[in-house]
Design a protein around this ligand. Sequence first.
Ligand code: ATP
Length: 257
Amino acid sequence: MLEGVKHIILVLSGKGGVGKSTVSTQIALTLVEKGCKVGLLDVDLCGPSIPYLLQLEGKDVHQSDEGWVPVYTDEKQNLAVMSIGFLLNNRNNAVVWRGPKKTSMVKQFLTDVSWGELDYLIIDTPPGTSDEHITVMENLKNVKCDGAVIVTTPQLVSIEDVRKEITFCKKTGIPIIGLIENMSGFVCPSCTNCTNIFSKGGGETLATISNIKHLGSIPIDPRVGQLLGRACVNELPDSPSAKVFNQIVDKVIQVAV
Ligand SMILES: Nc1ncnc2c1ncn2[C@@H]1O[C@H](COP(=O)(O)OP(=O)(O)OP(=O)(O)O)[C@@H](O)[C@H]1O
């Protein structure tokens, strides 16, 4: 149930492993730090990593009369989470979601979760463009979706796939909020004055030539992968990564008004 949701933002990536779930989680946590009520929906049926990233593995979800009840990460209930991962009791269970079963699961997750009142719903999607994406787009037709954030890395192979993602958004009528280049340059956690950050990577160049906004370049910082449920902007407030997450979220808030 999306009636009480003010803003919906999709997080897409052309390739797998570019840090889409990490970025989705940090966008959600940064919005919470800025005082927003946020939902995070993980429709990556093949590799749901949000429960791990938020240290919510093993949590049970159940259905009430109003639909699936999301898991809350804190007592104030500022971050509501729903993931297919909650339905897999054991990470070692190999579950193969195919065809109609797969799309009906995504549809259920979009329509039957009782989110209540939210400022933002962040939807973490699988890599590429698949059945899940089409189902998401179809089910968002009647609600206002603010648009998509595309995550990439500086490598040319990722950039090529981003082009396909941009075309997909244009064909399905989803506005592109902007592009995030993740793992852009390296920050050594042992140096206090590390300046080796931000390659002017292919992502920024692609954003320019595709006429879409470059939202920010997040450096490779091993600490970012170890935050597990904590907001980078809170835990590492002076780090280059925190500055970029703040900048990205401020730009997203500006677009989604
Ligand atoms: N900026 C970063 N610096 C260092 N490590 C990062 C950064 N962003 C992500 N990672 C790490 O990269 C790995 C992949 O990240 P993540 O699972 O978020 O990618 P994904 O694109 O969602 O993957 P999938 O294709 O499985 O959905 C993880 O180990 C994560 O900790």
